[in-house]
Design a protein around this ligand. Structure first.
Ligand code: ADP
Ligand code: MG
Length: 253
């Protein structure tokens, strides 16, 4: 794999909290347009990895390169400006605004409410918003207040907001948490549609969901990369089985 193809490259990354080594990753790279799934037991360091990539947490040592930029010492706002978007476990949409208005707010350079109230989006932006709402099955609900959305619909709105914001690398932390089975499968299908157009890292526990994504899986355990490859291969890996031992059937990868 050539360095040019990588959109994200993490090398010799160590993150310590008061001497506790939460992350110790020798090498982790994601191709441009790839959808990568990161799994691992609780406390494995999955969220910390996203925190470092997005600049929320500083690396103790090591390096993070995004789109050929060495961003290890960059502020989170600078990394966001490079096109790194984060979707948190709890959707952060504005309840009182409509689905469409939430999308307007997510347009690049419209992050402050007074600018949204004064300037109207261009026709091209309006068309883009409607196209994205189509893709996440929310076009019919464009005028509905976000508070009327189901939990799954809110997740999709947030993913669409990341897309309209121009994010090229999407970090998606446990998107299936709290979703119904149908919503979970639709979310997986949606992320599958987005790959190729965006580079995506998905953290997830739900193995049905991970199977549906049919993507390369990286297993983290105690801060280290334990295995990496297709789901069936990592599931068969004795090291991975041992790491998950005694953690309940639904948690086994
Ligand atoms: N800000 C922090 N301060 C101290 N310890 C932390 C902090 N963030 C995470 N940790 C610890 O680092 C380890 C990895 O956490 P995390 O990345 O949240 O794991 P995961 O998302 O895989 O469940 C855990 O042991 C956690 O307690
Ligand atoms: Mg986590």
């Amino acid at each position: 794999m050539s360095a040019k193809q990588d959109f994200l490259q993490v090398t010799d990354l160590v993150v310590e909290f008061d001497g506790f080594r939460a992350l110790d990753v020798k090498y982790f790279a994601v191709d441009r347009g790839e959808l990568r799934v990161v799994v691992g037991p609780n406390g494995a360091g999955k969220t910390t990895l996203c925190d470092v990539i997005s600049g929320k947490t500083r690396a103790t040592t090591g390096s993070v390169v995004i789109d050929d930029h060495e961003v290890t010492r960059w502020r989170d706002s600078q990394i966001a400006a490079l096109g790194v978007g984060r979707k948190f476990q709890t959707p952060s949409v504005f309840d009182g605004l409509s689905v469409y208005e939430n999308m307007e707010l997510a347009l690049p350079g419209r992050r402050t409410w007074w600018r949204t109230l004064t300037g109207r989006p261009t026709w091209a932006q309006q068309r883009q918003i409607l196209q994205l709402l189509d893709r996440v099955h929310l076009r019919k609900l464009a005028r509905a207040p976000a508070r009327d959305l189901s939990h799954g619909q809110r997740q999709w709105l947030e993913i669409a907001m990341l897309m309209v914001s121009g994010s090229r690398l999407l970090l998606v932390d446990e998107p299936a948490a709290g979703l119904t089975d149908d919503e979970t499968m639709l979310t997986a299908d949606l992320l599958n549609e987005l790959k190729g157009h965006h580079t995506i890292i998905v953290i997830e526990h739900d193995m049905e969901f991970v199977r549906r994504l049919a993507s390369r899986v990286t297993v983290l355990c105690e801060g280290r990369v334990l295995a990496d490859g297709p789901l069936d291969m990592v599931q068969a890996d004795p090291k991975v089985r041992e790491a998950y031992l005694g953690r309940g059937k639904e948690r086994k990868p």
